[in-house]
Design a binder for this molecule. Structure first.
Ligand SMILES: NC(=O)c1ccc[n+]([C@@H]2O[C@H](COP(=O)([O-])OP(=O)(O)OC[C@H]3O[C@@H](n4cnc5c(N)ncnc54)[C@H](O)[C@@H]3O)[C@@H](O)[C@H]2O)c1
Length: 252
């Protein structure tokens, strides 16, 4: 299996890379964080690690093509990069912050898909996988741009599944709940400031909104990606699959 992952040097993308490498796949990751890429290369010398920003069209096109050339094709493309964007009531947000958030979460996914699709056409049981979020399933007060971008990914998943189904390409999204790790700590800190509430109160609020009263791990998300990439999921397309312990609400 030949796998390309954006934002793969840390977080969920890195868990994807580890899981696919462990099952013997060839893996290429891109990231913008040079130090994280160096650490990734040291840990996974067999993988390709390419510096590329998903919002930079020539860079992401070049990275996709470099991986496809190295592996003689691609079977799985994880358009995973996303940033949390600004926190606060929509009317207070700056348009530059709005655009930056939409650019990474939505336009970055579009650009990754655009350059991956020609390679996936020749792939085996090909899968294009987006990383959505619980924010793509519910309203999310105080996180308007991120919320809008992740809902938009649902539209792109459905449309691309229809455009590409006849070519045998499956298009799905995973919607992770809050994932244990650095990023959620940053999100909690930003939201605590925006809502003027203590961080621990925000954390409890998130956990209370989940039926299983727990967060997920990046490994939980990666396990679902492995399943979706496997022959067992060969007729699953156009779906947004929550991996979230059943999120009930994101209302603060
Ligand atoms: N962490 C969570 O709780 C959570 C929950 C739901 C959905 N998600 C989604 O999962 C995806 C991955 O999130 P994460 O938590 O692993 O992220 P993260 O913040 O841990 O970042 C992972 C990597 O993305 C890289 N990155 C950031 N912007 C990039 C860009 N423009 N181009 C290329 N690489 C870039 C970073 O350098 C970093 O190495 C995102 O789409 C995010 O919205 C995360």
């Amino acid at each position: 299996m030949r796998v390309f992952i954006t934002a793969g040097a840390a977080g969920i993308g890195r868990a994807y890379a580890r899981a696919f490498l462990n099952m013997g796949a060839q893996v290429a990751v891109t990231d913008i964080d040079r130090e994280a890429l160096i650490a990734f290369r040291a840990e996974y010398p067999k993988a390709l690690a390419i510096e590329a920003n998903v919002t930079d069209e020539p860079a992401i096109a070049g990275a996709v093509n470099q991986a496809a050339e190295a592996f003689r094709g691609l079977d799985v493309v994880c358009a995973n990069a996303g940033t949390g964007g600004p926190a606060g009531p929509l009317e207070t947000l700056d348009v530059a912050e709005w655009r930056a958030c939409i650019d990474v979460n939505l336009t970055g996914a579009f650009l990754t898909a655009k350059y991956a699709i020609p390679h996936l056409r020749a792939g085996e049981n090909p899968l294009l996988l987006f990383t959505s979020s619980s924010a793509g399933l519910f309203g999310y007060p105080g996180r308007g741009p991120y919320n809008a971008a992740k809902w938009a990914l649902t539209g792109m998943t459905k449309t691309l599944a229809m455009e590409l189904g006849q070519d045998g390409i499956r298009v799905n999204a995973i919607a992770p709940g809050a994932v244990e790790g650095d990023r959620m700590e940053r999100v909690l800190a930003a939201e605590a400031t925006a809502h003027n509430r203590p961080v621990e109160e925000m954390r409890q609020q998130y956990v209370k909104g989940v039926s299983m009263r727990a967060w997920v791990t990046a490994e939980d998300i990666a396990a679902t990606a492995l399943f979706l990439a496997s022959p067992a999921a060969r007729r699953i397309s156009g779906q947004v699959i929550p991996v979230d312990g059943h999120t009930e609400t994101l209302a603060p």
